[in-house]
Design a protein around this ligand. Structure first.
Ligand code: NAD
Length: 490
């Protein structure tokens, strides 16, 4: 397999169907965002390729689902070990494909991708079913869980392998077979993993990967009658489309969607820790994480101090060549996305907002090689009304807005005043206050005095327009299985 991070000629990917690499007749260009040039051609699959993949997955299902949990866990662990052994190669490739720094890919994306397989291999061995008795009726009741069949998995471009494996691992652990479609903008590490799946002994057809665009390959998958379950991570707009297209088949859906996540900072917060973490939560991975903070509400009495210190810290967040270990951020995913993110900064300015640092204020000093890359510095804005599109819509870039509040009630109302409900952070040293806030904030995940600390056993997901369903140890197992209640009269 050629090493994509070193490849100078154009890399051409193939679909992975029935355990084999299958060429596709037509392709889509894929860019290296840090230089703004095409470096890879991704299969432009459609209904025929999806049909072949679903057929392979159906054929593999009886054998795979009949294996014992221990046997399935063994295969998942082997794949995890292989990913762990190839971290560097995968990190370089993920960085080139997505624009993120190699450091981020090496320390976050790829280790977590491997851990997803280890985690679900272990989790699979620890599920128990429910049992109850109604003695007055002479009955014993218990539940059993069965895999659903062929799972359709669709993932986005921001954490490409991390989020794809977060779906593949629980789906196959539970005994399903899968047809996955990664984002057409970041397909390379999924394709590289196919080789490792062969080495790990994943039986042919258990994992099929079809590359291509959403409206073509993705649509063929979500509207396929033999795919009873779809797990999707991506934008709210696409989720609405998938919901409509799958509705005639009453499919089981898990939807992990966008966010407009608030940080609520009270005057009694540990400001040193809060500022360090809130810079990270706002700008990590170029702000291209669904959990990134994009609205910062600060209690009035510390607002000026916070803003000054936060802007100073944001100015130190370095953006540049993804391969340079001194940089915190690399390039945004595409030219179109960069323009969209910039347009929000322009809108903020036109509405009278102040841009304290970043876009239009600070100059990036990029190496010549990266002059045409899609870079944008960490940007902090204040003075924007809560009803502005800048405060209401997901920007998904290195942009965050700061605004004051005066009371706990106002903080809750501002925090909840958007259509999203994915994640929030609350900063205070008052234990009672953080528990109260956690109950009142409309978000599937509330981090108090920290950010992005995860226990994969516990539910992950959003409320309101941020999603339907939850993922994580037991939740993923429940999603990827059908439960039956059995009653035995004795
Ligand atoms: P997107 O919705 O444009 O695309 C996501 C995936 O859906 C891609 O693979 C795409 O090809 C596919 N797709 C697009 N149209 C489709 C269609 N009509 N039918 C079937 N599939 C289709 O999202 P994106 O731009 O790739 O990712 C960014 C979004 O993902 C942001 O909104 C972000 O918040 C969200 N996200 C959410 C989470 C979470 O866990 N909640 C995690 C990461 C990203």
């Amino acid at each position: 397999m050629p090493n994509p991070s070193e490849q100078s000629s154009c890399l051409v990917l193939e679909n992975f169907i029935g355990g084999k690499f299958v060429p596709c007749r037509t392709h889509i260009d894929s860019y290296d965002p840090s230089v703004g040039e095409v470096y890879c051609r991704v299969p432009d699959s459609g209904a025929p390729e999806v049909e072949a993949a679903v057929a392979a997955a159906k054929e593999a299902f009886p054998g795979w689902s009949a294996r014992s949990p221990e046997q399935r866990a063994q295969v998942l662990n082997k794949l995890a070990d292989l990913l762990d052994a190839n971290v560097e190669e995968f990190a370089q490739a993920e960085s080139r494909d997505q624009g993120k720094t190699v450091t981020f890919a090496r320390t976050v994306d790829i280790p977590r991708s491997a851990y997803n397989f280890h985690f679900f291999a272990s989790s699979l061995l620890h599920h128990t079913n429910d049992c109850s008795q109604t003695d007055h009726m002479g009955c014993l009741h218990y539940t059993i869980r069965c895999p659903v069949g062929v799972a359709g998995l669709i993932s986005p471009w921001n954490l490409p392998l991390y989020l794809l494996t977060w779906k593949i691992a629980p789906a196959i652990a539970a005994g399903n077979t899968v047809v996955a479609k990664p984002s057409e903008m970041t397909s390379v590490t999924a394709w590289m993993m196919c080789k490792l799946m062969q080495q790990a002994g994943v039986p042919p057809g258990v994992v099929n990967i079809v590359f291509g665009t959403g409206p073509k390959a993705g649509d063929a998958l979500v509207s396929h009658p033999d795919v009873p379950l779809v797990s999707f991570t991506g934008s709210t707009a696409t989720a609405q489309c998938i919901t409509e297209r799958s509705a005639p088949y009453c499919k089981k859906l898990s939807l992990e969607l966008g966010g407009k996540n608030p940080a609520i900072i009270f005057a009694d917060a540990d400001l040193d820790r809060c500022i360090e973490t809130t810079v990270r939560s706002s700008f990590s991975n170029q702000g291209e994480i669904c959990l990134c903070t994009s609205r910062i509400y600060v209690e009035g009495s510390i607002y000026s101090e916070f803003l000054e210190r936060f802007v100073a810290a944001a100015k130190k967040w370095k953006t540049g060549a993804p391969s340079d270990p001194g940089n915190d951020n690399g390039a945004l995913i595409s030219k179109e996305h960069l323009e969209k993110v910039r347009s929000f900064v322009a809108l903020a300015k036109s509405e009278g907002g102040t841009v304290h640092c970043g876009e239009g204020v600070d100059q990036l000093h990029l190496p010549e090689r990266n002059a045409k890359g899609y870079f944008m510095p960490a940007t902090v804005i204040s003075g924007i009304s809560d009803s502005s599109r800048v405060m209401q819509e997901e920007i998904f870039g290195p942009v965050t807005c700061v605004s004051p509040f005066d009371s706990e009630e106002e903080a809750v109302s501002k925090g909840n005043g958007v259509r999203y409900g994915l994640a929030a952070t609350v900063w205070s040293q008052d234990v009672g206050k953080v528990h109260r806030m956690a109950r009142k904030i409309q978000a599937g995940l509330v981090w108090t005095n920290c950010w992005l600390v995860r226990d994969l056993n516990l539910p992950f997901g959003g409320m309101k327009n941020s999603g339907v369903g939850r993922e994580g140890g037991k939740d993923s197992y429940h999603f990827f299985t059908e439960v039956k209640t059995v009653t035995v009269k004795h």
